[in-house]
Design a protein around this ligand. Structure first.
Ligand SMILES: [Zn+2]
Length: 212
């Protein structure tokens, strides 16, 4: 049994160049649109505090969806090792920040990921990088959960994969129903986690959620 808390959640060290270089043309175009948005919501884009806002927001949005430029399967393939270890590997409390595709407002929380190796393991930080790569896009929590599961299942071909995500949605907290403390939990399983109740319960117990 191997439990890792708090996997790193940046794309640094993932063996990929960081995509912090802004595409100048895209940034300029986005800035124009954000300037128009400021005007449409009754603001004055020439007001001192807003002068650089369109450009800042243009850069911020590119950062928040930069996972779209990454193929998460390649992250795992870049660090796959042959290994006879056949116990559950759990990476819990992976911080995640994503953007709800319905409102383009953030949702954030934690992902807990487990797999039972079948000849192949991956570097532990890679699991966190996979979460990050799928989270940094316009998303819904359900799809994010399944994409992480499928990515690990397809590349490592383990005996089973379990993914649980607990997240708070700003689109619910700040607007609409204003359920300020509600946390949405989603889960997705394959293989042994689906078939074997004890394996699934062991995982649920180890990550300490209320999911049953
Ligand atoms: Zn939303």
């Amino acid at each position: 049994m191997e439990i890792i808390n708090n996997g790193v959640s940046t794309l640094e060290d993932s063996g990929y160049a960081r995509i912090d270089k802004w595409d100048d043309e895209k940034t300029a175009k986005l800035s124009e649109h954000y300037k128009a948005i400021l005007e449409l919501i009754g603001e004055d884009p020439k007001r001192e505090g807003l002068l650089d806002t369109p450009k800042r927001v243009a850069k911020a949005i590119q950062f928040l969806v930069k996972g779209s430029n990454i193929e998460p399967r390649d992250i795992l393939k870049s660090a796959m090792f042959r290994e006879d270890y056949k116990q559950m590997v759990i990476v819990k409390d992976i911080e995640l920040y994503s953007m709800c595709e319905h409102h383009m407002i953030p949702f954030y929380g934690k992902a807990h990921v487990a797999y039972i190796p079948n000849e192949h393991i991956t570097g532990l930080s890679k699991i966190a990088h996979v979460v990050e790569a799928y989270a940094r896009r316009l998303q819904i929590q359900e799809r994010l959960t399944m994409q992480i599961r499928d990515c690990i299942q397809d590349t490592l071909d383990p005996m089973g994969v379990a993914v649980v995500i607990e997240a708070s949605h700003m689109c619910m907290q700040m607007r609409g129903v204003q359920k300020q403390n509600s946390v949405t939990t989603t889960s997705a399983f394959t293989g042994a986690f689906l078939r074997d109740t004890r394996t699934r319960e062991e995982f649920i117990h180890l990550i300490g959620t209320k999911l049953s």
